[in-house]
Design a protein around this ligand. Structure first.
Ligand SMILES: Cc1cc2nc3c(=O)[nH]c(=O)nc-3n(C[C@H](O)[C@H](O)[C@H](O)COP(=O)(O)OP(=O)(O)OC[C@H]3O[C@@H](n4cnc5c(N)ncnc54)[C@H](O)[C@@H]3O)c2cc1C
Ligand code: SF4
Length: 553
């Protein structure tokens, strides 16, 4: 059923889409924001260790729903499985207003300048990182994004102190809020880092350390990452740009509305979006511009499902690049057991980081930021952090948990991944979702050099823990299967050449005048840091330009 035409439809109310919607609404555009999930509240996850966005034993509180949203995952041996959202291999982030930003840990990293020029930095020095990989430079630089990093930090709200990081890119302004006071782990790890000659500092966080933007400071509860914040001190799009844009009267947010396809005219431009509402009714929303922001897996799926005579293989897919280069972050590190009590159980937990190993590691094309872990729930402690030499049952297990729960520090980091052409999202030829739309099929592998870098990073984490006084250390190693997860990226690569990329440097899909992809899909590489601040900065840059130069009614 067709609806009145608007200036822009933005699809996906996660980290990126609402920022573009806000820029357009503030410029006077009439905008509709479609979101597949609901507008959730903290009560939806009830502080349940087994049902939060990091542990879906009993399902995800912030979407997607278990029924009707399958994906297909193909393992390294070519075996395929149909998976529900809570099952391993699904690679979920979140489907709700705010997307991942409602329940995230909220680390707010800028990428390093070299993260945008991986070919220029490493092609001559580390040729094996380029064998069977699509490692490339971005068409934009750190300097192009710097003003937009700053805008995200001040408008969404970041606390921290990065003045002690000598490896960061240039910045014009400090962060708007000071860091939260250091935790016990922070103090212990800081001493260890100094002993090694490293440069520790307080992690930048999208979290209020003092009252900011009309909302209170963090009260340091123990249900942070994976949960929505009860006092609204965690800053996401759901409590910043979305309400601001709605207050202009120019933005209409439609929740529980799932885009089926982008509608195309004979010249290959978009005329609007076909979507299903909560009741399964099919609507057509005509628009001058369509902005896609469904997360790296679902944005690729939507483009592949948007076909026309000109685009028989999917919108933007003339050269078979949509869905390619799927990447995330290989998380490796180490856990250290201490004699003394080290864990004070104060949220958000993560507090201290080092960036000494982000670049410049001998024989390696990249590295990672290393930080201590967020708050840890007992279930997570038992399943992931515990000493692998201790039995998982009986008296020995119980004694260990009693003794060690507050004596272990996990340190880890997001390894910069080497992108691979064959790690990808395609459409499954058989499996469909509850609306009858073909689902994402995820296949591929990690590049061997990614494994090399992540092994090196695990050793560095272990070294840091030992220097901090750990009496026993064990490593967390990487798997070899395809990477995506909550840091999924890369499936609609940004580039200047339409033959080897999907969008241009302003996020416009090549060959179209009016379709944009603005989320983590456009990342050429995914940096050595958590990605969300970069996602937000790219969205601010694309949204500001579209608001300035786009045509509206
Ligand atoms: C528990 C957790 C912890 C995290 N911690 C951090 C951290 O500390 N730091 C960091 O940098 N990152 C963190 N992340 C990752 C971060 O949240 C993501 O990188 C970021 O949200 C991705 O932004 P996006 O805009 O690409 O996609 P998303 O935020 O995933 O948004 C996509 C939105 O599109 C909607 N959508 C999908 N398909 C459709 C459709 N067909 N129609 C309509 N809507 C659709 C989805 O429902 C979703 O709301 C974390 C994530 C989680 C879940
Ligand atoms: S630790 Fe702070 S930001 Fe996190 S949920 Fe608790 S109060 Fe909110």
């Amino acid at each position: 059923m067709p609806l009145p035409k608007v200036d822009a439809v933005v699809i996906g109310a996660g980290a990126a889409g609402p920022i573009v919607a806000k820029e357009l609404a503030f410029a006077g555009w009439r905008v509709v924001l479609l979101e597949k999930g609901r507008w959730n509240t903290p009560a939806d996850c009830r502080k349940d260790d087994l049902r939060n966005q990091r542990n879906a034993t009993l399902g995800y509180p912030f979407g997607p729903e278990e029924e009707g949203n399958p994906r297909v995952i193909v393992d390294l041996n070519g075996r395929e499985r149909v998976v529900r959202p809570s099952e391993p291999g699904y690679n979920n982030n979140a489907f709700c207003v705010g997307g991942g930003t409602l329940s995230y840990g909220a680390m707010a990293w800028r990428f390093h300048p070299n993260d945008f020029r991986m070919r220029s930095t490493y092609a001559a020095k580390i040729p094996r990182a380029f064998e069977n990989s699509t490692l490339e430079d971005w068409p934009i630089s750190y300097d192009d994004l710097e003003p937009y990093y700053e805008k995200a930090e001040w408008e969404i709200g970041v606390s921290g102190d990065v003045s002690g990081d000598p490896f960061k890119g240039p910045r014009r302004r400090p962060l708007p809020m000071p860091p939260l006071p250091p935790t016990r782990e922070h103090e212990i790890l800081e001493k260890g880092a100094r002993r090694l000659g490293l440069h520790p500092f307080s992690i930048p966080m999208l979290r209020n350390s003092v009252p900011y933007n009309g909302r209170p400071a963090c009260m340091r509860c123990r249900w942070c990452v994976g949960f929505a914040c009860e006092v609204d001190a965690k800053n996401g799009t759901q409590n910043t740009v979305i309400p601001a844009a709605m207050a202009t009267g120019n933005l209409e947010l439609r929740t529980e509305c799932s885009a089926r396809e982008i509608l195309l005219d004979g010249k290959g431009n978009a005329t609007g979006v076909a979507y299903f509402d909560w009741d399964g009714r099919l609507w057509e929303q005509p628009a001058r511009y369509v902005v896609v922001s469904c997360g790296a897996i679902e944005s690729a799926r939507l483009l592949l499902n948007s076909r026309s005579r000109l685009y028989p293989q999917g919108l933007g897919n003339r050269f078979d690049w949509v869905g390619r280069n799927l990447q995330g972050h290989t998380y490796t590190g180490a856990n250290g057991l201490f004699d003394e009590i080290v864990y004070d159980d104060l949220g958000p937990g993560a507090s201290i980081a080092i960036c000494d190993y982000v670049h410049g590691n001998p024989g390696l094309a990249g590295g990672a930021m290393l930080a201590n872990e967020f708050i840890r729930l007992p279930y997570q402690f038992v399943s992931g952090i515990r000493d692998p030499d201790v039995p998982r049952w009986g008296r020995a297990h119980k004694d260990f948990v009693r003794r060690a729960y507050r004596r272990i520090i996990p340190v880890q980091g997001p390894t910069q991944e080497i992108p691979v052409f064959d790690s990808r999202v395609t459409l499954d030829p058989r499996v469909r979702d509850k609306f009858g739309i073909p689902v994402a099929r995820i296949s591929g592998y990690r590049h061997p050099h990614t494994i090399e870098i992540s092994e090196f990073m695990a050793e560095r984490a272990a070294e840091w823990l030992r220097a901090s006084g750990a009496v026993k250390v064990w490593l967390r190693r990487a798997g070899r299967g395809v990477s995506a997860g909550q840091h999924q990226a890369g499936t609609c690569r940004m580039g200047n050449d339409p033959k080897t990329s999907v969008v241009d440097a302003w996020c416009r899909v090549h060959d179209t005048d009016n379709v944009y992809v603005v989320d983590s899909s456009v990342h050429v590489t995914n940096g050595a840091y958590n990605p969300v601040l970069t996602i937000m900065a790219i969205a601010y840059r694309a949204g500001e330009r579209l608001a300035r130069e786009g045509r509206r009614a």
